[in-house]
Design a protein. Structure first.
Length: 374
């Protein structure tokens, strides 16, 4: 396999500052760096480099998404506001839940993140690489048409899908979001659009507040083309595997995408400070492998993973390396130093988790593209 890697030093310069959390925390605790900071992502790149994996990857140069590309999803007034705050030096973009600061130059970096996903999709479509990973920041899956949210400024994955539709003439794209938080922004981008099947597996009731229920399935022509799998806190490899076997993979086979995009958040990992899930590197590897196998059958293996959240400085690099190794075709150069977590009690599918998955299975059985479901 040839696997592309999108990376740019400038991604590390997106400045989120050191004010995170509710005011009551900030009053008494020495300011902490924002969780969505460069360090985790730089440590991923470092591990890819020192392990020799990066040398096996094809570098894909990102470019800044143009304003015309951004407004395929975003409100032009919102794009101008992001630009104005960035040009003014810094500021808080989020109108709800705080937490989405931007620093000087952040507008161009956010456009480079969106453009990184687009560049990767183009490289895959042109056959320059078979698949790839875009190690971008800021992340994107909470960003809405006219609202920054949850560290996300522009909807990187949504914009990549819109590019494949608008500029490359594709008409069926699947997005699988394994970030521990609900991919609400991506969901909103295709809420009424049957060309894009959006699937989010996330921790029930984590972030954004109140978002990501099973009942959110899309509207109008898009009805049935959005699947949410809100798993209970504490879900691990067994729950994620069952969600894939019973929902994600059957949905992909029924929908028959021409391209699979992954919103690759690594905060479902067992050591994450911003979520309460228990996925290990072997769990992320298994999910990556099963998506690659499905994409191999359905769309010539066209898979582009675009980075989202993931905040454990010690674990996230190993989760990402595992995914990248699967993209490269398997094998194990970078073993999980925390593989002992695989044997944590309750890693196997639990009844409360199976119950949620069964509910989503029945939503899937009524999906408009269900005819191919045997
Ligand atoms: C704050 C709140 C957050 C915001 C974002 C995340 C995770 C994002 C991610 C977690 C907690 C609320 C600062 C609510 O990784 N997505 O993939 N907390 N946000 N209230 N306040 C004051
Ligand atoms: Zn997340």
């Amino acid at each position: 396999m040839t696997t592309g890697l999108v990376w740019h030093e400038r991604y590390m310069w997106h400045d989120t500052g050191n004010m995170f959390g509710p005011p009551a925390l900030q009053q008494f605790i020495q300011p902490l760096p924002h969780p969505e900071r460069a360090e985790t992502k730089r440590r991923i790149k470092n591990l890819l480099d020192v392990s020799g994996l990066a040398a096996r990857l094809t570098p894909i140069e990102p470019r800044a998404a143009t304003e015309a590309e951004l407004i395929r999803f975003h409100d032009p007034a919102y794009v101008q506001r992001v630009r104005a705050v960035s040009e003014a030096g810094a500021g808080q973009l989020a109108v709800r839940f705080g937490a989405t600061p931007i620093g000087a130059g952040g507008y161009d970096i956010a456009r480079l993140a969106a453009g990184g996903g687009i560049a990767l999709c183009e490289a895959v479509l042109e056959g320059k690489v078979d698949n790839g990973y875009a190690l971008v920041r800021p992340p994107g899956h909470h960003a809405c048409a006219s609202e920054a949210m949850g560290f996300c400024i522009f909807g990187n994955v949504a914009l990549a899908a819109l590019h494949l539709l608008a500029a490359r003439g594709l008409d069926r794209i699947a997005i699988v979001d394994w970030d521990a938080h609900h991919g609400n922004g991506t969901q909103s981008a295709f809420w009424r659009d049957p060309r894009v099947l959006t699937i989010s597996i996330h921790q029930d009731g984590c972030f954004p507040p109140g978002s990501g229920t099973i009942a959110e399935t899309g509207e109008g022509p898009g009805r049935g083309f959005n699947l949410n799998i809100p798993l209970p806190p504490g879900s691990g490899n067994g729950a994620y595997r069952a969600a894939f076997e019973r929902v994600v993979l059957p949905a992909l086979h029924a929908f028959r995408p021409q391209f699979v995009l992954v919103a690759s958040g690594l905060d479902a990992g067992a050591q994450d400070p911003l979520a309460r899930m228990m996925v290990t590197a072997s769990g992320y590897r298994w999910m990556a492998r099963s998506l690659l196998d499905a994409a191999g059958e359905l769309c010539a293996g066209r898979v582009a993973a675009i980075h989202e959240g993931g905040y454990s400085e010690s674990y996230v690099p190993f989760l990402c390396a595992g995914i990248v190794e699967e993209l490269l075709g398997g094998g194990m150069v970078v073993a999980d130093p925390f593989a002992g977590l695989d044997a944590t009690p309750y890693q196997a599918l639990q009844p409360a988790q199976a119950d949620v998955i069964a509910q989503v299975e029945s939503v899937l059985l009524n999906a408009p593209f269900r005819t191919a479901l045997a």
